[in-house]
Design a protein around this ligand. Structure first.
Ligand SMILES: *Cc1c(COP(=O)(O)O)cnc(C)c1O
Length: 365
């Protein structure tokens, strides 16, 4: 059942705003630089099948995913664009990369050797670790690669990349350290387009831009400048259905664990969104939702399918069952919800529930 009438909650994804965000990021880069699109984890939970074609229609030609299976699904959507796989080449997966014309991001010398073995001068990206200790060639392997160019014979080097650990903290000294290490790495490797910046990295200044940027979160509306005003447009809006309302007396309690006890009489409305929909349980007794433009607090624990809000201050006409409460929207954006939950916007987006009625607006797709 996917009609609006029957939906317990509706997730609106504004593809026009999303594409506008991507263009805004691209326009910060120097002429000729490539603004890639990072669409891993189902486009940060917003739906790769809708997002990737919309970005391609806007001029994006290079896409990053994390996993081979994501890349195979993306290849079906985008027959022409370049698709790179950040998690690299798992042993035995070379033939799949070849068959689907995928670009592996090679993270160690073993993967580079395996890709040479796959033959044919195929494209690959080399990932150099410049201080994150997560993926990419460690300094010792970079030195061996620099000393023996034959290790790259038969590899069409599409790019050399690295990833910033602290890009969302512009004053963090790790940024400049990684920049220096990245410059040193590209200097000892064969000439290739360099790729360094994620969303926040694009805002660290021109030194960080290089030939290819890889923004994800900011395309989806997450603030790349935490603590400053968000230069990106909001992309998602989430509305949950009001299922029931009730009067409640002083001394009565709401929800599991009886964590919200009434100090005065009031009214409670129950909304059809819970932690199984990605409305994190850490949002229990935290934050607020909007009904008819007025903000009201969440009270009691978030349960699997339901949450409860205090609507005492509202006109009962506005809280009738079947109406909607806005959980994510202009007055309560993804970053604000994340702050209440003690997490980051990335996690709120990628947790967004599979059973929301999803509506894509504003795009050609
Ligand atoms: C996820 C990821 C990105 C995108 O990062 P955002 O902060 O979402 O812009 C870029 N590069 C790598 C290696 C990543 O893992």
């Amino acid at each position: 059942m996917s009609t609006d009438n029957a939906a317990n909650a509706v997730l609106e994804i504004d593809l026009g705003a999303l594409v506008g965000n991507w263009r805004r990021l691209r326009d910060r880069l120097p002429p000729g630089a490539i603004c890639a699109g990072v669409v891993k984890a189902d486009a940060y939970g917003l739906g790769m099948a809708a997002v990737a074609p919309a970005l391609e229609a806007a001029g994006c030609t290079l896409f990053f995913v994390s996993q081979l299976a994501e890349a195979v699904a993306l290849r079906r959507l985008l027959p022409q664009s370049e698709i790179a796989v950040l998690n690299g080449l798992l042993p035995g997966s070379e033939a799949d990369f070849v068959a689907h014309r995928l670009i592996p991001v090679l993270n160690d010398l073993g993967q580079i050797a395996a890709w040479r073995g796959a033959g044919g001068g195929r494209k690959a990206i080399i990932h150099v670790d410049t201080g994150m200790a997560r993926l990419g060639l460690p300094p010792s392997e970079l030195a061996r690669l620099a000393a023996d160019k034959s290790l790259l014979a038969g590899v069409n080097l599409r790019a050399v990349m690295s990833h910033l650990a602290c890009a969302d903290e512009p004053a963090h000294p790790q940024n400049a350290r990684q920049l220096a290490a990245f410059r040193a790495a590209t200097a000892v490797l064969p000439a290739a387009p360099a790729s360094f910046a994620n969303s926040s990295g694009i805002f660290l200044g021109a030194d960080y831009h290089f030939a290819i940027a890889r923004p994800g979160a900011a395309v989806y509306g997450v603030n790349p400048l935490p603590g400053s005003s968000n230069p990106m447009a909001q992309v998602v809006r989430l509305k949950g259905r009001i299922l029931q309302t009730r009067d409640i007396d002083t001394g009565n309690c709401v929800g599991y664990g009886s964590t919200h006890r009434r100090e005065c009489p009031g009214r409670i409305a129950t909304i059809a969104v819970g932690y199984a929909d990605g409305w994190l349980r850490s949002l229990s007794n935290r934050g607020s939702v909007a009904i008819a433009g007025q903000r009201v607090p969440v009270v009691g624990r978030i349960s699997m399918d339901l949450m409860t809000i205090d609507v005492t201050a509202l006109d009962p006409q506005s809280t009738r069952p079947g109406g909607f409460a806005e959980l994510i929207g202009p007055g309560n954006d993804v970053d604000a919800v994340a702050a209440e939950a003690g997490t980051i916007g990335y996690e709120i987006l990628t947790a967004l529930g599979r059973r929301y009625h999803r509506v894509h607006t504003g795009g050609a797709a």
